[in-house]
Write a protein that binds this ligand. Sequence first.
Ligand code: Q46
Ligand code: ZN
Ligand code: ZN
Length: 308
Amino acid sequence: MRCLKCRGAAAVEVRRHRAAYCAPHFLEFFEAQVHRAITTQRMFRPGERILVAVSGGKDSLALWEILLRRGDDATGLHVDLGIADYSQESRARTEEFARARGARLIVADLRAEYGMDIGTLAEASNRAPCSACGLSKRYLFNKLARDGDFTVVATGHNLDDEAAVLLGNLLHWNVDQLARQAPVLEQTHPHLVRRVKPLYRTAERESAAYALLRGIDYVVEECPHSRGARSLLHKDVLNRLEAASAGAKQAFYWGFLDRLAPVLRAGGPPALRPCGQCGQPTTAEVCAFCRMTARAAARLSARASSLP
Ligand code: Q46
Ligand code: ZN
Ligand code: ZN
């Protein structure tokens, strides 16, 4: 295989583009794709302060690296979920990345802030760990962005993530979630911070290749809660389609964005109001995060008081 740009030996194949690149030209390709996502979707305003959600994995660290290289004002936000070794490793890699580049990093520790790690919170609130985790992260990204006067939060969701979420939403006809699936979620309420996904054009294996070629030390270990998660099954199904027909995943997701998403969004965004307890935007009187933490705290204290 030869590099599309220089005809030298190729290091990374990008089958959906019927292309392959040597290491320097792959880095150029990947960064150009992210840059294109940012500009065509108008993700950032000039000079905007960006908060980048960084887990310590390949995608979010690759994203942070590219934003810093572009000269964006990008501060990292890491949420320590308290998931044993996995969280320790993730936090250490994120802190090391920030230190080596002199980048600003905010670390939020779920146990320190709310007295519970994800495992405890999920069990005591009767939710699956990934459901409690997703809700907590969405809540904290918005809250901490507002607390720090950031106007946009960037996450490392890639093409594979988005296509898998789309498949899951279609299989369950989650129409409300389908209407909210987009590379840019605009601010539809004064308390809601805009959310963007600059990696939506690039595949998971490309983030891994980018991180490796840039020498980024990311967490390779998967979160223990991801085992058996539905999202992995959906990714596997899509990978099989992709293997049989290169570009199937991109056509699936981009086709949705072009054809179905505008129809679903025609009804306008849901009406939001401030949560009666924490002030974060919600469709209910009290937001889902406050309800989840209150339920978990009540159950834990009932258990503690029933001990002999
Ligand atoms: S960190 Fe959280 Fe993932 Fe672990 S608990 Fe599930 S959602 S698998 S991105
Ligand atoms: Zn080349
Ligand atoms: Zn609340």
